[in-house]
Design a protein around this ligand. Sequence first.
Ligand SMILES: Nc1ncnc2c1ncn2[C@@H]1O[C@H](COP(=O)(O)OP(=O)(O)OP(=O)(O)O)[C@@H](O)[C@H]1O
Ligand SMILES: [Mg+2]
Ligand SMILES: [Zn+2]
Length: 348
Amino acid sequence: MYQPLHLKYRPKNLQELVGQDTIKTTLTNAITSDKIAQAYLFTGPRGTGKTSTARILAKSLNCLNSKKLTATPCGECSSCKTIDSCSSLDVTEIDAASHNGVDDARELIQHSNFAPAMSPYRIWILDECHQLSTSAQNALLKCLEEPPAHVVFILCTTEAHKVLPTIISRCQTFNFRALSVDAIVGQLHKISSTESIEIASEAMRVIARTCDGGLRDALQLLSQLSLLNSEITLTQVAEVSGSISEQDSIALLKAIHSGDTLSVLQSSRTLIDSGKTPKLILSSLLAAMRDLLIVKSTRHCQNLIAGPVGYSQLRSLALHLDFETIDAACTQLQKSEFQLRTRASVQY
Ligand SMILES: Nc1ncnc2c1ncn2[C@@H]1O[C@H](COP(=O)(O)OP(=O)(O)OP(=O)(O)O)[C@@H](O)[C@H]1O
Ligand SMILES: [Mg+2]
Ligand SMILES: [Zn+2]
């Protein structure tokens, strides 16, 4: 059966979780020393491993093939299997966005009093918990503070600031970080070679850069690009992700540098006609200029590059530009971005 890459490669234990080193260590130690909190809050940007870690923790607590808590759940017993397929009787994943009312909270509290069916713990994973209404959050407070001994809550959210401070203070909080470009490239590399997907390494870096530190988005993009059935190139990544390609960015930069106004206008027109917004064009140019400043100022900065143009191309462009010119261009582009934002309506 076809499974998209981001689901097929969901980490099954803490070792498989990419990045998040402090979280891995803390949770592993908590599990092996039997110091389990009654309520956890996992917060951080989307696609960084919150739900995956919640399921791993649930398996660690409920794995039937281990006499005590284990940081390496077997993945084979009926408890592990049903947690992975979201059909466990004792581990319930609740989408708080659609079960956000006070009645839902009361039902959950009532259910918590029953002993788990076949495993040591009854675990509630409340996904997107910031969507719970204030009254639902308030109803949960008491239960979160002193749940029955067999109950563990794992709250997940991308927007911790929308969760009541009284809830937060009753949970042990884990901050999931956006993953580094290198970490994402590493995972893309591993998965593309396992899946025999041919992809240029520069193209992997561009995928990683466009995903703002979220691995799910990166894998989704890779899934989609793999359907092209040829070696994945930089241009294809730009096309599928809707960003501005390296080629187009370089053409614009060169035209700006040589003062070729007609060519700047024509290139921009072509980009806008192909669906790119002026805001996107400006921000890509700004990112490229910022990268040029870095390349101009320091060596060995490959991992700092964040824009649409790759390192080797940046180096050759930087040869023809001095620091002051690039700096002035950055300032001007920032000004233009601001103007674009503050203009009510402009015809392009
Ligand atoms: N740290 C990570 N290590 C390995 N894979 C990851 C990691 N983060 C995300 N992924 C990949 O992305 C997919 C989605 O991750 P997950 O559901 O854990 O993200 P999330 O933080 O809960 O995101 P959201 O806030 O959008 O719910 C996983 O199945 C996995 O393929
Ligand atoms: Mg999630
Ligand atoms: Zn198991």
